[in-house]
Design a protein around this ligand. Structure first.
Ligand code: NAG
Ligand code: NAG
Ligand code: NAG
Ligand code: NAG
Length: 609
């Protein structure tokens, strides 16, 4: 913390421009290190093309190395027109460096591929995670984007159609489009669910099956808002499943920070807070020179060095890589941006506390990071904790905290047990999430039929204690206790996808099980809460090899939604689905009630599909 010690305390915690004078400026242009390709407009030189092709060939399939390896890559495109062919593999982002998406145009190259994610092995896109396209225009007749969770299209313009999966029997479990304009038609293909926000587009062509298609603050190509598809004053008739919801624009929102280049210098653009805005925002915001942005590299950066920069008011861009951190990243400075590129991944090598700790400060933005649980021998309490436990810090609607494109995971690459009590715990008010995937892994490097040895010890994916916390596009899966617990008033979730865990763990090791009864897919202890477009599932046999793994078992079965007060469900929740994928399973291995009320001790809604 030596920067802070050099400065008067008032300056060190404030948002002062005087600070920049006393700091050594960061290099501009920065050195992003070996995992970033910086491409100029035009056609790629053959050697770059070959290297990109090689990354694709090595990292495209479902093998351990591809899916759970340590490779991380970002391709940054200078503004202008590019002829480019990239089929995006695992842990790979293509990002335009213009001031807005229109400034960087991608057209197909010699192979006529352009940018895409196409058909996967076994015709299944359900493992197609961890890749993104951001801040550019695709001048293509059609873009194939056959993905599942953790794979957003963000701030893009697509001139033609967008196809989101191959034909059946392809299976896909996406996905996210945010702050974009899709000028052609959208084909949902086999997508079980999809979250879209603040995008100009044609309507979803049909409704989802068991899952939900949700559009938040979307508009037509001509800029007309899509009307809200439900009425908050109506009763629970609207909590039954439609699979297709349009919702009002967020009352308070700001888009994800991004990088642009002008005159050979790099800048961080921090979009402004807007109110009830429909459609994309590619204009608002403030600009920070990279003189005040530290570019961390996994081969050199330490948690201590990163924390010193943050304490001095310097923003941090994490170059693609895996960062093993020996202490928490602490954000106690207002307005700080932490921006990961190419699925930059942070892993704790310490016990207790949280991997990332945000203090009682406004306007902090976390974007594009993957937070990964460490060994259970050193378990953390949370991977991200926003506000100290017991904090009553209310936050500010004029300057909320934001979390964008966050992946938190436990298990996958690991060969020994991993854990964290919570993936994310939010104690402060006015924190807003956009596209989060909180994943206790259901398949791992040592996987066989969803065994996922070793064990993952995650109690709860998300716990919210602050007021006015809002989640847009939340996926949370396979935790050992309640998947989401929401205690703060005036919260909301627009789009939720959740799956209970499949098994207790190894049949031969009951001592390692987490025995609970009636765990919830989504528990609301607050009274005032809004929820739209939910799909909560129990997936049991035959995914788990029951000769080795003990199927999930809970006395009384699992509960889809649990509310304290019946009115919270009746008036606050719209388009909710709960489904048992195999209804032949015994009651203790599936969802027994769609919506349960704690105060009345009754099942309010039995409609489990
Ligand atoms: C775009 O989608 C429309 C409607 O599905 C279809 O008629 C048209 O052929 C598609 N265009 C291309 C280039 O795929
Ligand atoms: C969980 O329950 C099983 C019986 O169903 C028991 O054998 C086991 O010891 C329990 N595990 C723990 C950690 O309590
Ligand atoms: C559903 O569960 C029953 C009972 O265990 C089993 O026999 C059947 O194979 C399962 N079906 C599917 C499609 O998983
Ligand atoms: C590119 C394309 O095919 N666009 C069409 C999408 O669908 C609408 C009707 O819903 C047509 O008017 C567009 O031409």
């Amino acid at each position: 913390m030596h920067f802070a010690l050099l400065l008067p305390a008032a300056l060190a915690v404030g948002h002062s421009s005087a600070l920049s004078i006393t700091l050594t400026p960061e290099p501009n242009p920065p050195d992003f290190g070996p995992n970033v390709f910086l491409l100029n407009p035009g056609t790629e030189p053959t050697d770059v093309d070959k290297r990109l092709e090689q990354i694709y060939e090595t990292n495209r399939d479902w093998s351990f190395y591809s899916q759970f390896g340590e490779h991380r890559t970002a391709v940054l495109l200078m503004p202008g027109s590019h002829n480019l062919d990239i089929n995006l593999p695992y842990y790979f982002s293509v990002i335009g460096l213009g001031r807005n998406p229109g400034a960087t145009v991608v057209m197909p190259g010699v192979w006529n591929v352009g940018l895409r994610v196409d058909e996967q092995q076994n015709w299944m896109a359900c493992n197609t995670f961890w890749r993104s396209i951001e801040n550019l225009r695709m001048a293509m007749d059609n873009v194939d984007w056959f993905v599942s969770q953790g794979a957003p299209l963000r701030s893009v313009i697509i001139d033609g159609n967008l196809t989101l999966s191959g034909p059946a029997p392809d299976w896909s479990s996406g996905g996210c489009i945010a702050n974009s304009k899709i000028q052609g038609n959208i084909s949902m293909g086999t997508q079980q669910q999809w979250y879209t926000r603040s995008t100009a587009m044609y309507p979803y062509p049909w409704s989802a099956g068991a899952g939900s298609y949700v559009c938040v603050g979307c508009q037509t190509i001509d800029g007309q808002p899509y009307a809200n598809s439900y009425n908050w004053d109506a009763d629970r008739a609207q909590s039954s499943h439609t699979g297709l919801s349009y919702t009002d624009a967020p009352e308070v929102f700001a888009e994800k920070p991004f990088i642009f280049v002008e005159g050979g210098k790099y800048y961080l653009r921090i979009p402004g807070v807007t109110n009830s805005r429909w459609g994309p925002d590619w204009e608002s915001g403030s600009t920070v020179s990279f003189d005040r942005v530290y570019v961390a590299r996994s081969d050199t950066a330490t948690a201590t060095a990163i924390n010193e920069k943050i304490a001095a008011g310097v923003h941090v861009v994490f170059s693609p890589g895996v960062y093993i951190l020996d202490r928490p990243i602490v954000v106690n400075h207002a307005g700080i941006v932490l921006l990961g590129l190419g699925y930059a991944t942070l892993v704790p090598s310490f016990a207790g506390g949280a991997l990332v700790e945000v203090g009682n400060v406004d306007g902090v933005r976390l974007a594009g990071l993957m937070l990964q649980a460490g060994p259970t021998t050193l378990a953390t309490e949370a991977l991200l904790r926003w506000g100290s436990e017991g904090s009553t810090y209310a936050g500010q609607p004029g300057n909320p905290g934001f979390i964008y494109d966050l992946v938190a995971r436990a298990g996958g690459p690991d060969f020994s047990a991993v854990g964290t009590k919570y993936f994310v715990q939010i104690n402060n008010g006015w924190v807003i999430g956009d596209n989060l995937w909180l994943w206790s892994a259901d398949h791992c490097s040592r996987n066989a039929q969803a065994r996922c040895i070793p064990q993952r010890y995650v109690d709860t994916a998300l716990e919210v204690n602050g007021e006015h916390v809002q989640m847009f596009g939340l996926s949370a899966e396979h935790t050992n206790k309640d998947i989401v617990v929401w205690n703060g008033e005036k919260g909301s979730t627009m789009f939720y996808q959740a799956e209970f865990r499949y098994t207790m763990g190894l049949k031969s090791d009951p001592g390692s099980w987490t025995n609970v009864s009636r765990s919830a897919g989504y528990r609301v202890n607050a009274f005032d809460h809004k929820a739209v477009g939910f799909g909560v599932y129990a997936v049991v046999a035959p995914l788990a090899d029951t000769s080795v793994m003990e199927p999930i078992r809970q006395d009384g079965g699992m509960l889809g939604i649990v509310v304290k007060h019946p009115a919270t469900y009746t008036f606050g929740m719209k388009d909710i689905n709960c489904k048992n994928w195999n209804s032949s399973w015994p009651v203790e291995s599936k969802i027994s009630c769609k919506a349960w009320s704690d105060s009345s001790g009754t099942c309010l809604d039995l409609e489990v599909g």
